[in-house]
Structures are given as structure tokens and as C-alpha cells.
Design a binder for this molecule. Structure first.
Ligand code: DX5
Ligand code: ZN
Length: 220
């Protein structure tokens, strides 16, 4: 298996000292930084937008994994790329023409991810799984950090892995987002997950850098 990737979610960071939170992540073993963009329409919460992403990009030495929880994300793809996104993940449920959106993200030179909500079956990915770099499985209903992990996400992870194999996409990344802790990480990795997002579990721990390296060890 490819090495496990840890993607701490800055949604759980202390925004009053964002610079030092990013510096801490730079020093950590996390390979990615997960950035949650919420529009108050697709999800019942608003997070932050381009100026904050640009500020993170200036300080970050890591790969920026941008998770768009916004309606009709096509409207803003170029701006997210310009603000520093390395990977852009859009929600299947938020795109009228998901195939076109995938092509547009690709044409910008970014990696492409598709996210599915807990209520969305894996089968919606049938026609596009061979075109994308990553599937993001929401293991909580999107909108907030610190929610409880939905157990069925483990079964869904296995289904995504099987579907990707069936379509010959062996290098696909399977990212789990929501409620990830040391209690479920191992089972998720065994099911096929290779990118773990962690918000509260990292930022609310007493030693975030150690929490990140301990999570990473579970993938060895
Ligand atoms: C939820 C976001 C997540 C969130 C995860 O809508 O997509 O990335 O920050 O936070 P935890 O790990 O605390 O559930
Ligand atoms: Zn997210």
C-alpha cells in the first residue's frame, strides 16, 4: 500500500493564531493540510474563503487539500486554484454536471476529488471513478468539526476500494473525513483508506504533532 497520508483539518485550529498553527503543521509529519470551505447553503455553516486560503498558502509548506462544501463549485474553481489549492474536492451532490466539473479541475492542473455525503451511495461514482484522483467519504454529515463517526463509513470504504479496482484505478486515494480518531483509524486503513482527515482529534489534543505521528504509525 502507498504510504498513509494524514490531513489535519484547520477548521478545528485556533483562528486567532493561524500562523503558528500552520507553522506547527509544517513541523509535523502531516503531508497534507485539509481546508474546509463552507457556503452556508450546501451545508448549514460558513467557514472562510479566499483571503484565509491565500494566507494559509503563504505560510504552508504542505500540499493543500481543499474540500469545497459549496453549491455549484464550478463558479469558483479558478479562484481556488489561484489561492493555492493543490487538490480540489467537490461534492457529487453539489454538481449538476459532475463530469464537466472534473474536466475543469483537471484543466487547471489540480488533482481532482469527489466527495459523497453519508446518505449518498457509492454507486453514483460508477461513471467517474476512473477519471479522478481521490474519493472523499464523509463519515459525518458535513458542516461541523467534532461530530461522531458514522460506523457505516467503514463498509463504504470497502465498496469504494472494490469499485476503483473494478475500473482499474489502482492509485486512487480514499480519504475519510469526519470523526476520525485512533479508535477507528486502524479499521479504516484495513478497509482501504489511505488519507485520513483529522480535525478535533489533532487540534484538541495536548500534543498535536505527536497525535499526527501516532496516526501515521497506524499505517505502517
Ligand atoms: C466537516 C469537515 C471536516 C471536519 C472534520 O464538514 O468536512 O473536514 O473539519 O473534523 P473532525 O475530524 O473534528 O470531525
Ligand atoms: Zn472536510
Amino acid at each position: 500500500m502507498e504510504k498513509l497520508i494524514i490531513a489535519p483539518s484547520v477548521l478545528s485550529a485556533d483562528f486567532s493564531k493561524l500562523g503558528s498553527e500552520i507553522a506547527m503543521l509544517n513541523e509535523s509529519e502531516a503531508q497534507w493540510i485539509h481546508i474546509d470551505i463552507m457556503d452556508g447553503m450546501f451545508v448549514p455553516n460558513i467557514s472562510f474563503g479566499f483571503p484565509v486560503l491565500e494566507a494559509i498558502n503563504k505560510k504552508s509548506e504542505k500540499f493543500l487539500d481543499v474540500h469545497l462544501m459549496i453549491e455549484k463549485p464550478d463558479r469558483y474553481l479558478t479562484q481556488f486554484k489561484d489561492a493555492g489549492a493543490n487538490l480540489i474536492t467537490v461534492h457529487y451532490e453539489a454538481c449538476t454536471h459532475v463530469h464537466r466539473t472534473i474536466q475543469e479541475i483537471r484543466s487547471l492542473g489540480c488533482q481532482v476529488g469527489i466527495a459523497i455525503n453519508p446518505g449518498t451511495p457509492v454507486s453514483v461514482l460508477n461513471e467517474v471513478i476512473d477519471l479522478i484522483d481521490l474519493v472523499l467519504i464523509m463519515s459525518v454529515n458535513p458542516g461541523f468539526g467534532g461530530q461522531e463517526f458514522i460506523l457505516n463509513s467503514i463498509q463504504k470504504t470497502k465498496e469504494v476500494k472494490a469499485l476503483a479496482e473494478k475500473h482499474g484505478n489502482k492509485n486512487i486515494k480514499i480519504e475519510i473525513d469526519g470523526g476520525v480518531t485512533d479508535l477507528n483509524a486502524h479499521e479504516l486503513i484495513s478497509a482501504g483508506a489511505n488519507v485520513l482527515v483529522a480535525g478535533n482529534f489533532v487540534f484538541k489534543s495536548t500534543n498535536p504533532k505527536l497525535t499526527i505521528s501516532d496516526l501515521l504509525k497506524l499505517g505502517e
